[in-house]
Design a protein around this ligand. Structure first.
Ligand SMILES: [Zn+2]
Length: 487
C-alpha cells in the first residue's frame, strides 16, 4: 500500500490598515483596553450599515498580484451565517463564490510551484478570553470586541503540498511576501498570520475523501510538528486497515500531538447568501494595473538581486530575504560602506555571515526581533571594518560582538576601553607568529645556532605584519614558544 500525504493550507492574514474592514474604528488588535475600539457597526447592533475599507481591498489586490492570481473585476461580499459568541452579528461578512483573487502560485526553492486556489476578504471575529472563577472554580468567558471587524484576508492554497517541510517553506515564503508588501505584520505568535491545515493520505494514488483539519498551530514549528504527527498517525490507522475519521483536530504544542475537537457531522451549514447591505464590488482593471506597477520588490526578486549585485550564495541570500527586516538590515549595513558598485563581495559576504549566524543566534537567545536589534546596521559595519584593517582578530570579534549586543555600546568604544586594539589574543597572535617563522627561515636557523638576537628580529617582523598592534611581550613569548616547540 503506497501512502502519500496531501496537504492544503488556509491562511488568515490580518491586514495592516488604519481602520477596520467596515467601520472607522482603529484596527489594532495588539493593544487597547478591551471593548474601547468599537462602534455600533463592529458591535453588530441592528440598523447600521457597513462601508468597505478601500485600503483593505487594495492590500488584497496587491497580495493576489504577488501570488500571480487573477483579479476579478466584478466581485461581491457574502454573509456566512453561524452562531458563536465571538461573532457579534451572528454572521461574518466574507466572500463566497466570487473571491477577489483566484488562481496563481507560489514557487519553492526547488522550483516547484504550489497552487493558490483563491484569496478573499473578510472580517475578524471578537476575541474570547477564557477564565476560571476563583471562588466557584467554574469556567467563564469574556468577549473583547476590539478585534471584531479587523480586515482579514484568507489565502487558500491548492491541496498539492506533499510534506511537512514543503508546507513550512510555503508558509515562510507567504509570510515574507505579505511583510514585503507591507500589508501585514505576519506575526504568527500574535495571531496576525494564522494557519489551518487539511490533510489526508492518498492510497495507491487514489485521493481519499476522509480529510482531517488541523487547527491551533501558532508557529511554523507547530505547523511542521502537527503535520508530521498527522502523517504518522493516519499512516498507522490506514496500515491497520482502519478508516480515517473525518474531523477537526487541535494541535497540543507541549505534548506534540493532535486531538479530536469535533467531527465533521457537526459542521455548520453556513447558508451563504449575498450581503444585502453592500453593493457588488467593482474593481477597476486600470486601478489594478496601477497597483501592479507600484508593487514593492518581492523576496524572490530581492534574493536574485543580492546574488547578482553582491555575489552572495543562494543560501546566504535566501537566509537574508526570509524576512524583510533582515534583508533591510543587510543593505543598511552595506550602505554605510559607500555606494553599491564599490562594495567588495568579501565585505558583502562577511556582513551576510555575521547577520545570518552571530547576530541571528544572539537575537534568538534574547527573544528579540532584528527590528529591535541592540546592534545597529552601522554598528555592525564599524566592527567589521576593525576586523578588515587588522585592529582585532575575527576570533576577538566574536566576544566583542556579544559585548556590543549586551551593552549596546559601539565597537570603537569597547576596543578603546579594553585596549583590545593590541592583539593579545593568544590564538590570533600564534597565527601571525607561525606565518613570520615560516617566512624567515634564516633568522630561525640563526636562533638555533645560538644567535639570541634573531628573536628580536622575528618579534619585529610580527609587529610589522600586525601593523604594530601585537602586544610585544606576548609576541616575544609566542615566538620563543614556537621556536622551542619546532626544534
Ligand atoms: Zn467599529
Amino acid at each position: 500500500m503506497l501512502l502519500e500525504p496531501v496537504i492544503g493550507l488556509e491562511v488568515h492574514v490580518q491586514l495592516l490598515t488604519r481602520t477596520k474592514m467596515f467601520c472607522a474604528c482603529v484596527s489594532d488588535s495588539s493593544g487597547g483596553e478591551p471593548n474601547t475600539r468599537v462602534c455600533p457597526v463592529c458591535l453588530g447592533l441592528p440598523g447600521v450599515l457597513p462601508v468597505v475599507n478601500k485600503r483593505a481591498v487594495q492590500f488584497t489586490v496587491m497580495t493576489g498580484l504577488a501570488l500571480n492570481s487573477t483579479i476579478a473585476s466584478d466581485t461581491k461580499f457574502d454573509r456566512k451565517n453561524y452562531p458563536y459568541p465571538d461573532l457579534m452579528k451572528g454572521y461574518q461578512i466574507s466572500q463566497f463564490d466570487i473571491p477577489i483573487a483566484s488562481g496563481g502560485w507560489l514557487e519553492l526553492d526547488s522550483g516547484n510551484r504550489l497552487g493558490i486556489t483563491r484569496v478573499h476578504m473578510e472580517e475578524d471575529t471578537a476575541r474570547l478570553i477564557h477564565r476560571v472563577d476563583d471562588a466557584t472554580g467554574k469556567g467563564f468567558s469574556l468577549v473583547d470586541v476590539n478585534r471584531s471587524g479587523i480586515p482579514l484576508m484568507e489565502i487558500v492554497g491548492d491541496p498539492d503540498i506533499s510534506s511537512a517541510d514543503d508546507a513550512r517553506e510555503y508558509l515562510t515564503k507567504l509570510r515574507s511576501i505579505v511583510q514585503y508588501l507591507g500589508v501585514s505584520t505576519g506575526n504568527m505568535e500574535e495571531g496576525s498570520f494564522r494557519c489551518d491545515a487539511n490533510i489526508s493520505l492518498k492510497i495507491d494514488g487514489q485521493m481519499s475523501d476522509q480529510r482531517v483539519e488541523v487547527k491551533n498551530m501558532n508557529s511554523f514549528r507547530a505547523v511542521h510538528g502537527a503535520l508530521e504527527y498527522e502523517i504518522q498517525r493516519q499512516t498507522e490507522v490506514l496500515e491497520k486497515g482502519q478508516r480515517i475519521v473525518q474531523e477537526t483536530r487541535g494541535w497540543i504544542e507541549d505534548q506534540g500531538i493532535t486531538v479530536s475537537q469535533r467531527s465533521k457531522e457537526e459542521a455548520h451549514d453556513y447558508r451563504y447568501f449575498p450581503e444585502p447591505d453592500l453593493p457588488p464590488l467593482v474593481v477597476d482593471p486600470i486601478w489594478v494595473e496601477d497597483i501592479r506597477s507600484k508593487l514593492p520588490e518581492l523576496p524572490e526578486n530581492r534574493r536574485k538581486r543580492f546574488q547578482e549585485e553582491y555575489d552572495l550564495s543562494e543560501y546566504d541570500a535566501n537566509q537574508l530575504v526570509a524576512t524583510k527586516a533582515s534583508a533591510d538590515f543587510f543593505e543598511d549595513s552595506l550602505s554605510t560602506r559607500g555606494d553599491k558598485q564599490s562594495i567588495e563581495s568579501a565585505i558583502a559576504k562577511s556582513t551576510a555571515n555575521w547577520i545570518n549566524t552571530d547576530l541571528a543566534h544572539l537575537l534568538n537567545d534574547a527573544g528579540v526581533n532584528i527590528e529591535n536589534s541592540p546592534i545597529s546596521p552601522a554598528s555592525l559595519s564599524e566592527m567589521l571594518a576593525f576586523i578588515e584593517d587588522g585592529t582585532i582578530s575575527s576570533k576577538m570579534a566574536k566576544d566583542l560582538f556579544e559585548e556590543m549586543f549586551h551593552t549596546e555600546k559601539g565597537a570603537k568604544v569597547i576596543i578603546e576601553a579594553k585596549g583590545l586594539n593590541q592583539i593579545s589574543d593568544d590564538d590570533a597572535l600564534a597565527e601571525f607568529v607561525s606565518g613570520v617563522i615560516a617566512e624567515n627561515s634564516k633568522a630561525v636557523d640563526d636562533y638555533r645556532n645560538g644567535k639570541e638576537t634573531a628573536v628580536k628580529f622575528l618579534v619585529g617582523q610580527v609587529m610589522r605584519v600586525t601593523r604594530g598592534q601585537a602586544n610585544p611581550q606576548k609576541a616575544t613569548e609566542a615566538v620563543l614558544s614556537q621556536l622551542d616547540r619546532d626544534v
